[in-house]
Ligand binder design. Structure first.
Ligand code: DC
Length: 229
């Protein structure tokens, strides 16, 4: 028998490979995958396009009311939509990455995103990745994983990802962006990035995704009857 409403929370720093891992795991276990970072990125793009964040990262108080007009959702292949417009490419570009952390530090933005995450996850079996899923969004999640990897490994992954997407990144800028995001994400007042006391640590610096999946399957084996082997 399987327990309904299962949440697997995966948190960790930027570019630790959370989303690739979470997507594959969700497919293997037949869970819904929800990328909480995509919602913060979607809000950032919205703020930029509506002139609600300045170049030096000052977020306008008007964003709170304006969020009433924003409808973010996920379509096929986990692509992110604002209304019926696919914004997947825009939200992964450096323009959004460079302003998402200040946006994610704003308490009313966090409340807005948390409400959507709860609505999207309602009643389902979900794997959700982010920074505060196991600590704040779903503190009662049945399985919590905190992912880490060495800084050089993370920077190279992010750089490769941007190149694959057709961008022309400068390695030093990628390193600097990661460093700044780590700092802001773990030092903000509201729900900073931190490991839940009951989260298992997964350092994947020298692991393949298959090894990671095998690791987590070992972890949850016996906890839920989710797969046969
Ligand atoms: O996972 P990501 O890099 O796409 O996340 C983008 C930003 O959103 C990241 O810099 C921190 C923020 N974030 C957050 O504060 N809380 C979450 N649960 C997920 C992301």
């Amino acid at each position: 028998m399987t327990t309904p409403d299962i949440i697997i929370a995966i948190d960790g720093c930027s570019s630790t490979g959370k989303s690739s891992f979470a997507k594959i795991l969700a497919k293997e276990l037949g869970f819904l995958y929800l990328d909480s970072g995509a919602l913060y990125r979607g809000v950032t793009l919205f703020a930029q396009e509506n002139g609600l964040i300045s170049k030096d990262n000052v977020v306008s108080a008007d964003l709170e009311q304006a969020l009433g007009r924003l409808e973010l959702s996920f379509g096929a292949d986990n692509r992110t939509f604002a209304g019926d417009r696919c914004i997947e490419k825009e939200i992964r570009a450096m323009g959004v990455s460079s302003q998402v952390s200040p946006i994610a530090a704003v308490p009313f933005v966090r409340r807005w995103v948390d409400e959507r995450l709860h609505a999207l996850a309602a009643g389902g079996r979900v794997i959700m990745d982010g920074r505060d899923i196991g600590t704040t969004v779903f503190p009662d999640a049945q399985v919590k994983i905190f992912m880490t990897a060495r800084d050089d490994v993370r920077a190279q992954r992010r750089y490769d990802e941007l190149v694959m997407k057709g961008e022309n990144p400068v390695y030093e800028e990628v390193v600097e962006n990661l460093r700044q995001r780590d700092y802001i994400d773990s030092h903000r007042e509201t729900s900073p990035l931190s490991r839940a006391a009951d989260a298992f640590i997964l350092d994947n610096s020298d692991m393949t995704i298959s090894e990671e999946v095998a690791w987590v399957k070992g972890l949850i084996k016996g906890k839920f009857a989710l797969y046969d082997d």
